[in-house]
Design a protein around this ligand. Structure first.
Ligand code: COA
Length: 333
């Protein structure tokens, strides 16, 4: 169980945004040696949203954030800090979060990015939870956002079919220490030994962008798919079980599972390990593809809006992504 802290932290509101343009699998058949049947069978993905040419990552994030703020019934003046989880910021510097802060109309509140790929949103929530439960802050906006269509190699069928663009946001808020509605437990881990299984090799200090790097597309996502698949099943299953056990619960006590959504076969394997039916998972993957750090807040928002998640239910959110970094957050919503 967690140590006693002066306050609890609760999810006050959620919001999400998907770009208008939808690219179904069939559209990829026109320029890739792939098929709708293969993509659906091997991943569970049917389509993905792709940002317009004039949209940037902070635009997607600001849209999702505005919806969350509106549902929380506050304007940005009521927020003490902004955390943006992303691996696709508007540019390498400054943080995407400061662009979001400015677009939302905030002026001096701290705003920074978290880079933990598909687990980034849960890393952001874990950080925010500490600031709120300690009493240091009252409200923190956490956004998971990705514009992955700009960093994938559209000629590589092993990655191009998997990813999509989107954003999800939560307003986290201080609550009394004995509040039922609260984040009950957070856990995060990283294993740098697996760093090369999913990476963008060029564009940093190890491999600056050169003409050769561009030609080799080393500034685009590269993935050893099966290694990531195995790590995801193990990491998500283990960290989810760890959090549930540490909370003194069993999987039977969890009402809904809101996992990171990369591949439905990963989630089926996780569900089997946990001994829970897949129909307790809130899935948006078929419609969105893998939106990395945005996938959990998008699914959470969708689930709360369409009734798949009811108020008061206990929700387990789990993710693994590049790093590899992984984590789980248990919450009563
Ligand atoms: N369309 C058609 N065929 C494809 C294809 C595509 N888009 N992508 C790969 N193939 C082919 C391969 O070339 C291979 O052909 P071969 O047997 O002739 O060599 C065959 O399909 C099987 O490839 P394999 O890599 O074994 O498929 P898989 O079942 O492992 O599925 C992934 C590939 C990428 C879908 C899967 O490994 C995966 O989901 N990995 C994790 C991805 C992930 O979660 N990434 C983000 C982490 S958050």
């Amino acid at each position: 169980m967690r140590r006693a802290l002066p306050f609890a932290c609760k999810i006050a509101a959620t919001g999400s945004y998907l770009p208008a343009r939808i690219v179904p699998n069939r559209d990829l058949e026109a320029f890739l040696d792939t098929s709708d049947a293969w993509i659906r069978e091997r991943t569970g993905i049917g389509a993905r949203h792709v940002a317009a040419d004039d949209e940037v990552t902070s635009d997607l994030a600001a849209q999702a954030a505005r919806r969350a703020l509106e549902r929380a019934g506050i304007d940005v003046g009521g927020v003490d800090m902004i955390i943006v989880a992303t691996v696709t910021p508007d540019g390498p510097m400054p943080a995407c979060a400061v662009r979001v802060q400015h677009k939302l109309g905030a002026t001096t509140i701290p705003a920074f990015d978290v880079s933990a790929a598909c687990a980034g949103f849960l890393f952001g929530v874990t950080i925010a939870d500490q600031f709120i439960c300690s009493g240091a802050m009252q409200r923190v906006l956490v956004v998971g956002v990705e514009l992955l269509s700009r960093i994938i190699d559209w000629s590589d069928r092993t990655t191009a079919v998997l990813f999509g663009d989107g954003a999800g946001a939560v307003v986290l808020e201080r609550a009394p220490a004995d509040s039922e509605q609260r984040i009950e437990l957070c856990r995060i881990h990283s294993e740098g030994a697996l760093a090369d299984a999913l990476s963008i090799p060029a564009g940093g200090s190890a491999e600056p962008v050169t003409e050769r790097a561009l030609h080799m597309r080393r500034n685009k996502v590269q993935m050893v798919g099966q290694e990531v698949f195995r790590a995801a099943v193990r990491g998500i299953a283990d960290v989810g079980a760890e959090v549930v056990a540490d909370a003194g619960l069993t999987m039977a006590d969890i009402d809904r599972f809101v996992p990171h959504q990369a591949n439905v076969r990963i989630l089926s394997a996780v569900a089997e390990r946990w001994g829970v039916p897949l129909d307790r998972f809130v899935l948006v993957l078929e419609e969105t593809g893998n939106t990395s750090s945005a996938s959990i807040p998008i699914a959470l928002d969708r689930g709360l809006r369409d009734g798949r998640i009811a108020s008061g239910e206990r929700v387990l959110m789990c993710a693994l992504g590049a790093g590899v970094s992984y984590g789980a957050v248990l919450a009563r919503v």
